[in-house]
Unconditional design. Structure first.
Length: 210
């Protein structure tokens, strides 16, 4: 077990100005030997990875357990062909009475980590829901809702073939991976936050037809 806080029982540090020597000794002994355990947890190193981009044309010297090897560079750059913008067959119906429904009623979700970034995928439960998801879930809406966790930017990507939206939240995991001290360092709960807290405006009766 590793010590990750400054509680007296973990570090053995506390104010002693108003405690007599006997009380100080008692608390020091008690904090060192918690009941049923093997003693106070010891601090452990915090392993952190540092990512970087290396040009493919540049030879790279790699080392692992003192066994170096060289990776040859690759000339030229691969460029993906431009994609034609896809359009959804279903469009937002305007000038009709609407109602607000919780996001979980019209979408599935999943989220996870990519370093210090979190990906949040939102998939429409029905193709008819997709245009209303696009209308409601803007980058600004998600950024405002996740402002307590995301210290970077929010970028939205549309996947009309899957009737889905993908959001990338940068600087949102406290460093990411082993360098993060957050409870949810992999962002697995982020999508559920959106499902349970954001509403979508849809035409009245749309939910009953599905």
């Amino acid at each position: 077990m590793a010590a990750t806080c400054m509680a007296p029982g973990i570090t053995g540090l506390y104010g002693t100005a108003h405690f007599p020597l006997a009380t100080h000794t008692f608390f020091n002994f008690r904090s060192t030997l918690p009941g049923g355990g093997s003693g106070r947890p010891h601090p452990s190193p915090n392993l952190v990875h540092f990512s970087c981009l290396v040009p493919k044309s540049r030879p790279t010297d790699c080392r692992c357990r003192r066994n170096p090897w060289e990776v040859e560079g690759v000339e030229g750059q691969h460029v993906s062909p431009p994609l034609e913008p896809a359009t959804s067959a279903t469009q937002v119906v305007k000038n009709v009475p609407t109602e607000k429904v919780i996001l979980v009623k019209v979408a599935y979700d999943r989220s996870g980590d990519k370093g210090d970034c979190c990906n949040i995928g939102i998939i429409a439960r029905d193709p008819k829901h997709y245009p209303y998801l696009k209308q409601a879930l803007t980058e600004q809406v998600v950024a405002n809702y996740m402002a307590h966790l995301c210290q970077g930017t929010v970028k939205r990507y549309e996947l009309p073939g899957s009737y889905a939206l993908n959001f990338v939240l940068t600087k949102s995991l406290g460093g990411g991976g082993l360098s993060s001290l957050r409870v949810d360092r992999q962002g697995k709960t982020y999508a559920q936050m959106l499902l349970s807290g954001i509403t979508v405006e849809v035409p009245i009766g749309l939910m009953a037809k599905l």
